[in-house]
Ligand binder design. Structure first.
Ligand code: UDP
Length: 327
């Protein structure tokens, strides 16, 4: 049996993870409620439509497929929305994860790869973060993910549920073969919104705040190619098979780019102007989130291959031009 249950497998990162899992010889079983995911992104293994808040549906999937491990991507993930509707984030993300972990324990599946976030760190005055940095989230999304990390630690002690936690920085790019890519509805992320604006599919990109304490006044983020990110997840599964332990890994590049720098790179890659307007800060945004990936490189053997801005924006632009999903 080599099945891996992938919650959120119909979403952006989950669908790329399913492709990587299949390439590594696993069978990804997607569990997704299709609220933010897309059924036609499920191409690499079986699909089970269901919701993490439905414990009976989870029990049925574990019984049917007997997965050896779970990759848990399914979550609400918009910082701004989480500030307006925190209850939805706590209920969906935290209660949903608790159902998943309870179902896994009951089924005897004791390996979880969990997608957490750099938003758990909060604002930390221009430091390059590592896994031991303090976690003081400033938005409900980050707080909900930190709570799930805490839950995993308790479940390991009580029930032997071993886990690898990946704290992502900003994910961008798309499968270079164009089988899957990024599409959220509504879209809130910088790179796809910018490409839509360049292609004239949306109004100008609004830059959320130009008065941050950074060299050009805009927020700084650390961008990782989605294919590099999901490669780390497959390595995380191998790590769980080889160790009798749990571990946290940051997935970043150690290099930060401001919103304006991302815009400049996009202009170069697409050879087109980026229409922008300057707007106010978005509630919940940190000034700077950048991390090295020393631990992932040394302990997992993770080598990001495609995580330059140019590579990410080129792959995202190629996917964008296929018109798979048009706004
Ligand atoms: N951003 C922006 N305009 C947009 C969307 C995003 O200026 O329309 C900025 C946002 O404030 C942040 C960065 O781009 O500094 C990345 O935001 P995104 O939503 O892509 O990811 P997040 O950092 O929230 O995970």
């Amino acid at each position: 049996m080599n099945k891996v249950l992938v919650t959120g497998g119909a979403g952006y990162i989950g669908s790329h993870a399913c492709k990587a899992l299949r390439a590594a010889g696993f069978t990804p079983v997607t569990f997704d409620n299709l609220i933010t995911g897309w059924q036609d992104a499920v191409k690499f293994g079986p699909f089970e439509q269901g919701d993490l808040l439905d414990r009976a549906a989870l029990d049925a999937v574990f019984a049917k497929h007997e997965p050896i491990a779970v990759m848990h991507f399914a979550a609400l993930s918009q910082v701004g929305e989480s500030m307006q509707q925190p209850g939805r984030y706590w209920h969906n993300n935290v209660t949903g994860s608790m159902n998943l972990f309870d179902a896994a324990v009951q089924a005897g599946c004791n390996q979880i790869v969990f997608s957490s976030t750099c938003a758990t760190y909060g604002d930390q005055d221009n430091v390059v973060l590592d896994e031991n940095s303090s976690q003081n989230p400033i938005n409900a999304y980050g707080a909900s993910k930190r709570a799930i990390e805490d839950m995993l630690r308790d479940y390991e002690v009580a029930h032997g549920l071993r886990h690898v936690i990946f704290r992502y920085f900003n994910v961008a790019g798309a499968d270079p073969e164009g089988e899957v890519g990024e599409f959220h509805q509504p879209e809130t992320h910088l790179v796809p919104l910018m490409l839509d604006a360049i292609a004239g599919k949306r109004d100008a990109l609004t830059v959320f705040g130009s008065d941050y304490d950074t060299p050009d006044g805009t927020c700084i983020r650390d961008y990782v190619h989605v294919c590099d990110l999901v490669d780390a997840h497959v390595l995380g599964l191998k790590w769980l098979a080889d160790h009798n332990d749990s571990r946290v890994f940051n997935l970043g590049t150690g290099k930060g780019f401001s919103v304006r720098e991302v815009i400049d790179h996009s202009r170069e890659v697409t050879n087109q102007t980026v229409p922008i307007v300057e707007g106010p800060r978005r509630p919940g945004d940190c000034t700077k989130l950048v991390s090295g990936s020393h631990r992932a490189e040394v302990e997992l053997g993770w080598k990001p291959q495609r995580s330059t801005l140019k590579h990410m924006i080129s792959d995202a632009w190629r996917w964008h031009q296929t018109g798979h999903y048009d706004v």
